[in-house]
Design a protein. Structure first.
Length: 263
């Protein structure tokens, strides 16, 4: 190292002490081991990895102290002459004989050819054995029986479709508030007030008998067909609905008073 008033390491150490900074704290902040920073302050640059690593450590330390890193590196190069890095030694190669390589190649090719020939012979022998076994098996197989005509399958007997008796569907739709009482096949099905446009549907096998408190405030349909009005508003009427149609029943039963309601 050339003579100088203040070495790079001494300059960095004085700046750190002037700012009252801890060496371990600086090492933690710039992520450089404390031992390397100590070697820099003591000018023991031979203990630091050489080349660009050494200059990088010095520059990082100088910048952490607020100094100009490039100026410190320039001063370092004046004071310290870095030894040249050793060049890598090329690996020693074994000189092989051309004739030995050629002989080895011939041996490998011969081995491959022999293996292929043996494998082909084995495949051919296995194929011949398989063909002989197939011929022997076919000769031992019994002859197939003659084809017999298939018996005709008689068609299934025709069955007559079931005769369905359509049920009785009666619908009552209120056009204004109306009280109704409905019996289906003699059983009470509903009793209450229908509010417009509320609708009730009743099913029966024989007959539906309805007592209507406001004959002019309800519309009746029998199996989807409308029934003619039963009476005026406010009148109480009793009607019987069957598969044959609808008829009004008088409140005081009398055969002469019963009349058929046209549909």
């Amino acid at each position: 190292m050339s003579a100088a008033a203040t070495s790079v390491g001494n300059l960095l150490q004085q700046e750190r002490l002037r700012k009252r900074l801890d060496l371990a704290g600086i090492a933690k902040s710039i992520r450089i081991p404390t031992a390397i920073l100590e070697a820099i302050e003591e000018d023991r640059f031979d203990c630091i990895p050489g080349g660009s690593y050494r200059r990088h450590f010095i520059r990082q330390y100088a910048c952490s102290l607020g100094l100009d890193g490039d100026s410190i590196i320039a001063e370092f190069k004046k004071q310290y002459e870095e030894p040249p890095l050793p060049l890598p030694v090329p690996p020693k190669t074994r000189r092989s004989s051309l004739w030995a390589d050629l002989a080895w190649t011939i041996v490998v090719i011969g081995s491959v050819a022999a293996t292929y020939h043996v494998a082909q012979n084995r495949r051919a022998a296995a194929r011949r054995e398989e063909q002989a076994l197939q011929i022997q098996t076919e000769s031992m197989r019994p002859p197939a029986p003659p084809d017999r005509p298939l018996a005709a399958v008689p068609p299934p007997p025709e069955t007559a479709p079931p005769v369905s008796t359509a049920p009785l569907h009666v619908s009552l739709t209120a056009t204004e508030p109306v009280w109704v009482s409905v019996k289906c096949d003699g059983n009470m099905s509903y009793a209450g007030t229908l509010e417009a446009p509320e609708s009730k549907t009743f099913d029966a096998a024989g007959a539906v008998i309805a007592v209507i408190g406001n004959a002019g405030g309800v519309q009746i349909s029998l199996n989807g067909r409308p029934v003619a009005p039963l009476g005026a508003h406010g009148e109480v009427e009793t009607v019987e609905l069957t598969l044959h149609g609808a008829r009004r029943i008088a409140r005081e039963p009398a055969p002469a008073e019963a009349s058929t309601i046209p549909q």
